[in-house]
Design a protein around this ligand. Structure first.
Ligand code: GLC
Length: 414
């Protein structure tokens, strides 16, 4: 058996071990529930060796869909006191106890990949999922758009919890009345690798606000201090719209509305281009202020089918200079922190999305280089949650579902 085989076996075993019956947890202990975009990536990983299980992962995720089309960022299938904030803090009323916010909508893209592995047998599964995925897309178009760009209403929605993108907006928030609470994340992993208390107070404050407003989107739009148009949400939504368009056409549906949405989202992308920074950036919708951040999400342009020579030049530079790219924050930025979560570390999941986009857009060389570097990182440092981009050191949780899935579906192939 070659070592590549061993790694593939290990990756499969991680998905199997993290399976809780119809859904996978990101990692035991730290994240004991079903997370939305982790789950979509898990489905892509499962599709490499158990396509039936891949469909089930997506189907379970959509069982948590709210009546208005929203698909929550966490589904609390079984209560676990090891996680905070749990279902009692969110107080949501969906079909499955859940959080009240979303995550990057990559499920439609991952579902299309699963379908590609299972075109004939999967036709009926896809036909059932399609209207649900479309309803979620419509929900985002209704509640999250600003000038065509997709906004986040909580740092957790973007999946990039403590990215410097939110610093200015968070600094303006008052969380002095958040009250007492006990964090659970720092009981599982090194607190140096996790968001600070300053950030955590504001995460909880925003959950309290949503709860008080009964997760009513119109009320939250009017009252929430946190509304930031961001590259993660915008690029993944645009990509999902393209995939829904393709799947809809294949299923013989009328896709004219999605085609119009794609145009709106494309226009929105241009509102995230920060000329002075020379990169795709986040902008605070209330203040109009730029965040001034080039993150790994800035490189998701190709994933969304958006070409950009300046971003390509930046990417080439990062591939050259950083031993284990793509760092989640510009290494030259003052806010760069090689270990702290989304303020510097490299995340295999984002690398995969960037790499798939590069390949689609004909940047074969860069796509291959990134896949190879990600494969080396995992081979040398394991299936960690995220990694120090300079030393490659593993950080956060171990035996991580999406890192294993990335190995199976992308980095560890060929
Ligand atoms: C953290 C990450 C988020 C991920 C979740 C579960 O909150 O920031 O992107 O979905 O953990 O892995």
């Amino acid at each position: 058996m070659t070592s590549e085989n061993t790694l593939t076996d290990q990756a499969q075993q991680i998905l199997i071990d993290n399976d809780r019956g119809g859904y996978t947890v990101p990692t035991a202990g730290l994240y004991p529930y079903q997370w939305n975009w982790d789950s979509a990536v898990a489905a892509f990983g499962f599709a490499q060796f158990d396509v039936e299980r891949a469909w089930v992962e997506l189907e379970t995720l959509f069982q948590g869909q709210w009546a208005d089309g929203m698909v929550p960022h966490i589904l609390f299938h079984k209560n676990d006191p090891g996680y905070f904030p749990g279902p009692d803090v969110w107080a949501c009323e969906g079909p499955i106890p859940s959080s009240g916010i979303i995550q990057p909508p990559i499920a439609a893209t991952m579902a299309r990949f699963v379908w590609e592995q299972d075109r004939e047998m999967g036709q009926a599964r896809m036909a059932v999922l399609y209207p649900k995925m479309l309803a979620w897309h419509n929900w985002i178009m209704r509640w999250r758009l600003h000038m065509g760009a997709v906004c986040t209403t909580h740092p957790w929605e973007t999946g990039r919890d403590n990215a410097p993108d939110w610093d200015k907006t968070m600094a303006r928030m008052d969380a002095s009345d958040v009250g007492e609470y006990t964090r659970r994340d720092t009981a599982h992993v090194n607190s140096e690798d996790r968001p600070t208390k300053f950030d955590y107070d504001r995460y909880i404050k925003l959950v309290q606000l949503g709860r008080r407003l009964k997760w009513d989107q119109a009320a939250m739009m009017a009252e929430s201090p946190f509304r930031v148009a961001d590259p993660t949400m915008t690029f993944t939504t645009l990509r999902a719209a393209r995939d829904l368009h393709a799947v809809g056409e294949a299923l013989g549906k009328d896709v004219s509305q999605i085609a119009a949405d794609i145009k709106r989202l494309e226009a929105g992308v241009s509102t995230l281009w920060n000329k002075d920074l020379g990169g795709f950036d986040s902008r605070d919708v209330h203040s109009g202020e730029w965040a001034g951040c080039v993150s790994n999400a800035s490189y998701l342009c190709w994933f969304a089918g958006v070409e950009n020579p300046a971003m390509l030049a930046r990417l080439r530079d990062v591939l050259e200079r950083v031993p284990y790219p793509v760092p989640s924050n510009d290494p030259d930025a003052e806010t760069f922190d090689a270990r702290r979560y989304w303020r510097g570390p490299t995340w295999a999941i984002v690398n995969m999305l960037i790499g798939l986009g590069l390949k689609d857009m004909g940047h074969e060389k860069e796509a291959q280089a990134l896949a190879k570097k990600t494969a080396d990182l995992i081979a040398e440092h394991g299936f960690a949650e995220y990694f120090d981009p300079f030393s490659g050191d593993a950080a956060g949780g171990g035996s991580f579902t999406w890192t294993a899935a990335v190995w199976l579906a992308w980095a560890g192939r060929d």
